[in-house]
Ligand binder design. Structure first.
Ligand code: C2O
Ligand code: CU
Ligand code: CU
Length: 467
């Protein structure tokens, strides 16, 4: 344990030096110095300065926001000790990682809740590289809504074709709109009338905890922007205003070729890596977010003269594909899933709280879990077999549908032409029908839900059993 690194020390207070450390101008430890990837995360009540000059009573990993970044390497073990210093139970889920079910961080389905004062050790070897994230999987409206959301970046295994240093800067960019009053206190995180529609939107827009930040980047070199939508509710429609930009990876999976970015929407839980060749020193790049038909500034990049580690390439540097199994479409079994709105409020429970069930998957609203009371899966899959899931969104709202434990390939939509791509979350437009395919190669009981947190909490959730 002598080479253990504590996040609080090694990542030098994401709260204090946030922008510096996130834009890469702070010296990073090399892989050799980092040794094993061992971390400690304490879940704590904490004060954040989000609106300048105010305090927000949030919940933080190691008491800070933006949360510490967990850096790992493809194929190398990671150990993360989670210490629950909250006054309520929790678990931590590693979104997008193809993991052993025992480490998936879902209460009752994969582990016992981590009670206040308890510690749980998560250990896994990430098979895939890319932009991932981590968050609790209990009381999610509150725990995620108040700040327990962080990035998990898995660096590519060494290869001749690609080195992470092919990008002169690698910027993690966490998008979240907070539900705040002007004095920094929280507004309600959920309002039933909105939960039954698109979800309750936050109002204070942040990138890494800052409203409309301006970040320095090295001039005249390729940089990688790792956008992660860690919001409970919103879709971000990203566009780069005044510079060519390319989509490199979706969720954690590199595309076959870089795709010129016009605009790209990411729903709650989704990520996109974008490559830009930064302009000359002093010039700026404006990144915008679309709302309706209009676009507004989200953040900007300011190019500066930095010494480069490596001469920058002519073409967009492309990471290698992740080692995913290709689904056999001609032999795949088709399963159907229909997402619908139902609008039911069940009678108040013992605590006097009404339980809302607004959404259903195949006519079933998720009933929740308790020890010894785990509902039946939505589907049982045979280990090793290929499947096509036919997903129908029969609602006038968007739903980012996420599955744990596997990556799936989006192969078809009735609304747009699809260049098939692997992902862990697919954003379904209203009334869209999408087909996804995958090999059921990871045994376990895997959550399968909408990542709009209020939707999953009011019915749009279930699980798939692979055995
Ligand atoms: Cu980020 Cu169950 O998911
Ligand atoms: Cu997940
Ligand atoms: Cu939804």
């Amino acid at each position: 344990m002598n080479r253990r690194q504590f996040l609080s020390a090694s990542l030098a207070g994401a709260g204090v030096a946030s922008i510096a450390s996130l834009t890469g101008c702070m010296p990073k430890l090399s892989i050799e110095q980092r040794g094993e990837f061992q971390y400690q995360l304490r879940l704590q009540e904490a004060q954040f300065e989000l609106i300048p000059g105010t305090q927000t009573p949030g919940l933080g990993f190691n008491g800070v926001y933006p949360s510490p970044i967990i850096r790992a390497k493809q194929g190398k073990p990671v150990v993360i000790e989670v210490i629950n210093e909250l006054s309520e139970p929790t678990t931590i889920h590693w979104h997008g990682i193809r993991i052993d079910i025992a480490m998936d961080g879902v209460p009752f389905l994969s582990q016992k809740p981590i009670m206040p004062g308890e510690t749980f050790r998560y250990e896994f070897i990430p098979p895939d590289a890319g932009t991932f994230w981590y968050h609790p999987h209990m009381n999610s409206v509150v725990q995620l809504g108040k700040g327990l959301v962080g990035l998990l970046l898995v660096e590519e295994a060494d290869s001749e074709q690609f080195s992470p240093d092919d990008y002169a800067a690698d910027l993690p960019l966490m998008l979240k709109n907070w539900h705040l009053n002007d004095d920094g206190s929280f507004k309600p995180l959920t309002i039933p009338r909105y939960a039954a529609r698109m979800g309750t939107p936050g109002n204070y827009e942040t990138v890494n905890g800052v409203n409309k930040p301006s970040l320095s980047v090295p001039a005249n070199a390729w940089i990688r922007l790792r956008f992660a939508n860690v919001d409970n509710t919103l879709v971000y429609k990203l566009r780069v205003k005044n510079r060519p930009a390319y989509i490199v990876s979706i969720d954690a999976n590199p595309l076959a070729e870089p795709k010129p970015l016009e605009s790209h929407s990411i729903g709650a839980g989704m990520r996109v890596d974008i490559a830009i060749k930064a302009p000359s020193p002093g010039e700026e790049v404006i990144i915008e977010n679309g709302k309706g038909r209009l676009f507004f500034e989200l953040m900007r990049l300011k190019a500066e003269d930095w010494p480069l580690k490596k001469p920058t390439a002519a073409e967009v540097p492309m990471p290698m594909p992740n080692p995913l199994s290709e689904p056999k479409l001609d032999q795949a079994e088709i399963k159907h899933f229909v997402f619908e709105w139902e609008g039911a409020v069940t009678p108040a429970d013992k605590m006097g709280k009404a339980k809302h069930a607004f959404w259903t998957i195949n006519r079933r609203a998720w009933e929740g879990m308790k020890p010894g009371n785990i509902p039946a899966p939505l589907a049982k899959l045979e280990l090793g077999k290929s499947y096509i899931f036919d997903l129908k969104n029969n609602t006038p709202h968007m739903h980012p549908i996420h599955m744990h434990g596997v990556m799936f390939k989006v192969i078809k939509s009735n609304k747009k032409k699809i260049e098939p791509f692997f992902t862990d979350t697919v954003l379904m437009e209203k009334n869209e029908r999408v087909q996804i395919a995958f090999v059921a190669d990871n045994p376990g009981r895997w959550m399968y839900h909408c990542h709009v947190i209020e939707h999953m909490k009011t019915g749009l959730m279930g699980y798939i059993e692979i055995a």
